[in-house]
Design a protein. Structure first.
Length: 294
């Protein structure tokens, strides 16, 4: 599990063009439009899963273990005779919730610290910077395992651990972008007319670092999904009977000699989801880059 950071801009991202320009640029590209549609479908399945699942995802039928693909079981059945397609749909809820938890925790920690350190610097910048360096020097998965060992297994605890590991990288991105924007004249003018530190950060600086922040968050969503799958694969994430693509992949790997195809559905689901998040992030970065060049 590795965290990906994007290089902060060397100049302010302030532009006279509306955010709608970026959205339209993304939707006009076939790859990014497809990625957005895929994520929308994933969210729909996460919400409406029980209504669209062909079978009860937790219903066992030991007499129908490792059933082959058929119209009754589109993706076959697992070692307990449960419908794989229904469990893939059930696991989509975890695929949406897990990244939201971990990236949300990272934002709660890294965003305010990065904004404050970039504008005010001083002791907060020095302490937070050294702490970020310390955490980033550790292998990400090892750090997450250490935190889960303290908090205990489970989806929420695992994603809290991942969020803590993500926070230093997000802090660095926010701090670097804030440093660039803080040098702009409009920030000096706001401070000169009496704008408080809080107002300067949230009204004048945050909107102008939204582009690199959004790119980073989008990419971290895909990384968080892989992190959740990795922790569930080794039994520290989602606990039975709940379905996770990582735990499904673990079960399929264990029984691959009985059903070689069983590793494919959950593996493809993870690959497509991570690819969709990365494609959206790359498209946002390219769209913002085009705006800065115009």
């Amino acid at each position: 599990m590795t965290t990906t950071t994007t290089t902060p801009p060397t100049a302010a991202v302030k532009s006279s063009r509306p955010a709608r320009h970026v959205v339209l640029t993304i939707l006009r590209r076939p790859a990014s439009a497809t990625a957005v549609a895929f994520i929308a479908l994933l969210v729909f399945l996460a919400i409406a899963g029980p209504l669209v699942s062909p079978h009860d995802p937790e219903a066992q039928n030991l007499g129908n273990r490792f059933a082959e693909l058929s119209w009754t079981h589109l993706l076959g059945t697992d070692e307990f005779g449960r419908d794989v397609a229904s469990r893939i749909i059930q696991a989509s809820r975890i695929a949406v919730i897990a990244p939201l938890i971990s990236v949300g925790v990272a934002l709660l920690i890294g965003l305010p610290l990065g904004l404050w350190a970039g504008l005010r610097r001083g002791v907060v910048d020095a302490v937070a910077g050294r702490l970020a360096d310390t955490i980033l020097s550790l292998p990400a998965l090892v750090g997450a395992l250490a935190i889960v060992a303290v908090l205990g297994p489970g989806l929420v605890n695992a994603m809290l651990a991942v969020g803590i590991i993500f926070a230093p990288g997000l802090f660095r991105v926010v701090r670097g972008a804030t440093l660039a924007v803080a040098e702009e004249t409009f920030v000096d003018s706001a401070v000169a007319i009496g704008s408080s530190t809080r107002r300067t950060l949230w009204v004048h600086i945050l909107p102008n670092i939204a582009a690199p922040l959004l790119v980073q968050v989008t990419i971290l969503m895909g990384v968080a999904l892989l992190a959740e799958a990795s922790l569930s694969f080794i039994g520290l994430g989602v606990q039975p009977p709940d379905a996770s693509w990582g735990s499904m992949l673990k079960a399929a790997y264990t029984n691959q000699f009985h059903s070689p195809f069983s590793v494919v559905p959950s593996g493809i689901a993870m690959v497509l989801t991570v690819l969709a998040f990365n494609t959206i992030g790359d498209s946002i970065r390219d769209a913002v880059g085009l705006r800065r060049r115009t």
